[in-house]
Design a protein around this ligand. Structure first.
Ligand SMILES: [Zn+2]
Length: 427
């Protein structure tokens, strides 16, 4: 039986309303209390957390791991190592692999590979439709049995409202949330960045905020009529958060996540024609970013998720218009959140930790994100003050497409513990 004590850290556990400088006890991969320790005769591992924050393991509900099929960009192993280095103990992987995770065979493959190679927990998300083509529903029931925690065609929206309605009916009967990448492709077609003054100035085609807004509105109305759980992926616009706030007020099971890049960067802050600033939804206006931050403060946003989207350099180094959308984000998420939300005084540490733990756990109904006795000993130890600089070439991810290369941070992860084992440590 393995025993560990994390000594003298400030334990912040939003799930249990705990905030105190105490020791945290781990026995056999689970959170224990001091009494369970008294009779321990075996060697005890000690971790000194003096001056550090000890939080429940962070959960990222939106990650692309690229395995099976696109392993030159990322694998379950490398993606999970990047997650651990970012302080995450659990990640959820989107189904847009090759083949798409639209049936139980692929789901089981991912679960099996994760068990063998991942250093964190990995929860697969199944496709809504076959091949995420938006037409026929995927094998939702059997994927649920194989271990999916939600359905999404992320990367693609479900354009046909009738198909989305059917998907919500199925999801409701299997008690799964539907996560939509909200984008009306007719409105966004051909766009490379947010539509506004900046896109005009740069001579690039724009993606209007309305391409997101109309789909968020549609899906909220469908979810209302069906009684389904609906989650907006990577919310980025002022109107979208206003509609989610409205849905919550009306008592609907509607939730949303925001990515660090959507609250940390605006379209005017992007380096022109640098594909590390090209993602979907695009970096929006200062007005939209302000609305996202406000939505985080007032509780409209349920979770911070990275949308970690690895692409190899060869693809990201083409002309801007030809580059794929997406950036990596696992290793910079906590640093960006501390900088933009905590050090600015916008939210408390408890609230920040909740957005990475109880928030996503609640959306997905995962029994995680808590330091209660008996819970899996998934723990993130981080610092709010130490200065460090992100060097993407030393990233654990196989891909290097980050706009934050060379950026200095104040505060970040120090150690990541999964089921009582240290899987990553700041060196
Ligand atoms: Zn997406």
């Amino acid at each position: 039986m393995k025993t560990t004590i994390i000594r003298n850290g400030r334990i912040i556990d939003p799930a249990n309303g705990r905030d105190a400088v105490e020791d945290l006890f781990i026995v056999d991969g689970k959170i224990a209390d001091q009494s369970a320790f008294r009779n321990q005769k075996s060697a005890i591992e000690e971790i000194d957390a003096k001056g550090l924050i000890v939080a429940p393991g962070l959960i990222d509900m939106h990650v692309h791991l690229r395995e099976p099929g696109i392993e030159h960009a990322e694998t379950i192993e490398t993606g999970s190592r990047a997650a651990a280095a970012g302080g995450f103990t659990s990640i959820c992987c989107m189904p847009n692999t090759v083949p798409v995770n639209d049936n139980a065979t692929v789901t089981s493959y991912i679960v099996d590979r994760a068990r063998k190679n991942a250093v964190t927990n990995v929860f697969p998300i199944g496709a809504i439709t076959k091949n995420s083509a938006g037409e026929e529903l995927a094998a939702i029931g059997s994927m649920k049995q194989a271990g999916i925690v939600a359905i999404s065609d992320d990367g693609q929206p479900v354009m046909n409202a009738r198909v989305m309605r059917r998907a919500m009916e199925f999801a409701r009967s299997f008690d799964l949330p539907v996560i939509d990448h909200c984008e009306d492709l007719n409105l966004s077609a051909g766009g490379d960045m947010h539509e506004g003054v900046e896109s005009t100035r740069l001579g690039l085609r724009g993606i209007p905020a309305s391409s997101e807004d109309v789909m968020v509105a549609r899906d909220i109305l469908l979810a209302q009529s069906i009684g389904a759980r609906f989650h907006v992926a990577h919310i980025s616009s002022q109107n979208s958060v206003a509609m989610v706030a409205y849905a919550k007020k009306a008592g609907l099971a509607v939730t949303c996540e925001a990515t660090p890049h959507h609250f940390a960067l605006t379209d005017t802050g992007m380096i022109a024609y640098d594909s590390n600033y090209k993602m979907k939804p695009p970096l929006r206006s200062a007005c939209d970013v302000g609305a996202i931050v406000e939505a985080i403060i007032v509780g409209t946003v349920d979770a911070i998720a990275t949308d970690h989207a690895p692409h190899p350099g060869s693809e990201k180094m083409q002309e801007f218009e030809k580059c794929p959308f997406g950036i990596i984000g696992l290793e910079t998420a906590l640093g960006l959140s501390l900088e933009k939300l905590y050090h600015t005084g916008k939210i408390s540490l408890t609230k920040l930790i909740a957005l990475f733990t109880t928030g996503p756990a609640k959306v997905l109904r995962l029994d995680l994100g808590t330091l209660a006795r008996g819970a899996p000993a998934d723990v993130t130890i981080f610092d709010t003050e130490h200065e460090w600089t992100y060097d993407v070439n030393r990233s654990n991810s196989k891909s290097k497409n980050s706009p934050f290369d060379g950026k200095s941070f104040r505060g970040g992860p120090v150690a990541t513990v999964v089921a009582g084992e240290i899987v990553w440590r700041l060196s």
